[in-house]
Write a protein that binds this ligand. Structure first.
Ligand SMILES: O=C(O)CCC(=O)C(=O)O
Length: 234
C-alpha cells in the first residue's frame, strides 16, 4: 500500500514536471509567445530573408503623431516614363534630407530633398541608434487607397552607394509587402502602423520587393524609407 501511494506520488510529480517542461519550450508551445510560429513538420521551412521586421517600433501614440505630421509633408504627384509613355506614379511621393542628396530613380523621376523636419530627423536618429545604419535622405510614399501601389523592384540606385541598408517605417492602414529572391517565391509581410522593416545590406542585389494593389477597401498608408546617399553635405 505504502509502495503504491509513493508510486502514485512519483507519477503525479513526474507528470507535473513534464507539463512545466512543455510550457517552457517555445518551439513546442507558442502559448507563451504569440509572435512565435507553430512548427508544422509538413510546411516548407521559412526562407531566410535579408530583412528584420519590428512590429512595434513606435508606440501607437508616437505613430499617430507622426502620421499627422506626415500628412502635412509636401507630397507631389510624379510621372514616370514607361515603354515610351509618361504615366503618373501610382502613389504620392516626397523627399527630405541633406542638402544636395538628389535622387533619380527609373531614369525618369528626379527628387530634390527638402530640409529635414524635426520629427523626421528625430526618427532618423532613433532608427540609426537601433540599427547602426546611417541615413541621408527619407523618401515618403503615400498610398491613398488600395489602388495605389509600387511594383516589383530593387532599390539599387548608384547614388545610395554599394549595398545600402534601407529602413522603412509604416503608418496608417496596414498593407501587404512582398519580398522574393530575384527568381524565387514571394514571402508576405503585413506592414503595420508604427512598424519598422529593415532591408539589410545586400538585400537590393539579391531580392525584389513590392506593395501590390488590392481591391479591398484600404485607407491611406504612409511609408517612409530612410536611405544612405554618397553625395551632398550636412
Ligand atoms: O511602401 C513600402 O513599404 C515600400 C516602398 C518601396 O518599396 C520603395 O520606396 O522603394
Amino acid at each position: 500500500m505504502v509502495v503504491s501511494v509513493m508510486g502514485a506520488a512519483f507519477i503525479v510529480s513526474f507528470l507535473a514536471f513534464l507539463l512545466k517542461l512543455y510550457a517552457t519550450l517555445p518551439f513546442i508551445s507558442n502559448s507563451q509567445n504569440p509572435n512565435m510560429q507553430q512548427l508544422n513538420l509538413f510546411d516548407e521551412p521559412a526562407p531566410v530573408l535579408p530583412v528584420t521586421y519590428y512590429p512595434d517600433f513606435l508606440t501607437i501614440q508616437e505613430a499617430n503623431e507622426l502620421y499627422q505630421h506626415c500628412k502635412e509633408l509636401q507630397w507631389q504627384q510624379n510621372h514616370i516614363r514607361m515603354v515610351g509613355k509618361i504615366i503618373p506614379v501610382p502613389r504620392l511621393e516626397c523627399i527630405y534630407g541633406d542638402r544636395g542628396c538628389d535622387y533619380l530613380y527609373s531614369n525618369s523621376v528626379f527628387l530634390k530633398p527638402l530640409p529635414w523636419t524635426e520629427p523626421l530627423a528625430d526618427l532618423r536618429d532613433r532608427i540609426t541608434a537601433a540599427t547602426g545604419y546611417n541615413f541621408r535622405i527619407v523618401i515618403g510614399n503615400q498610398y491613398r487607397s488600395g489602388q495605389d501601389s509600387i511594383g516589383w523592384h530593387a532599390d539599387n540606385e548608384s547614388s545610395m552607394g554599394i549595398n545600402p541598408a534601407i529602413a522603412s517605417i509604416s503608418l496608417g492602414a496596414a498593407r501587404k509587402f512582398q519580398i522574393k529572391p530575384i527568381a524565387g517565391k514571394p514571402t508576405d509581410f503585413w506592414l503595420e502602423h508604427g512598424s519598422l522593416l529593415v532591408m539589410h545590406p545586400g538585400c537590393q542585389s539579391t531580392h525584389l520587393h513590392q506593395v501590390p494593389k488590392t481591391n479591398k477597401v484600404v485607407s491611406t498608408r504612409i511609408n517612409l524609407t530612410f536611405r544612405p546617399h554618397t553625395g551632398g553635405s550636412r
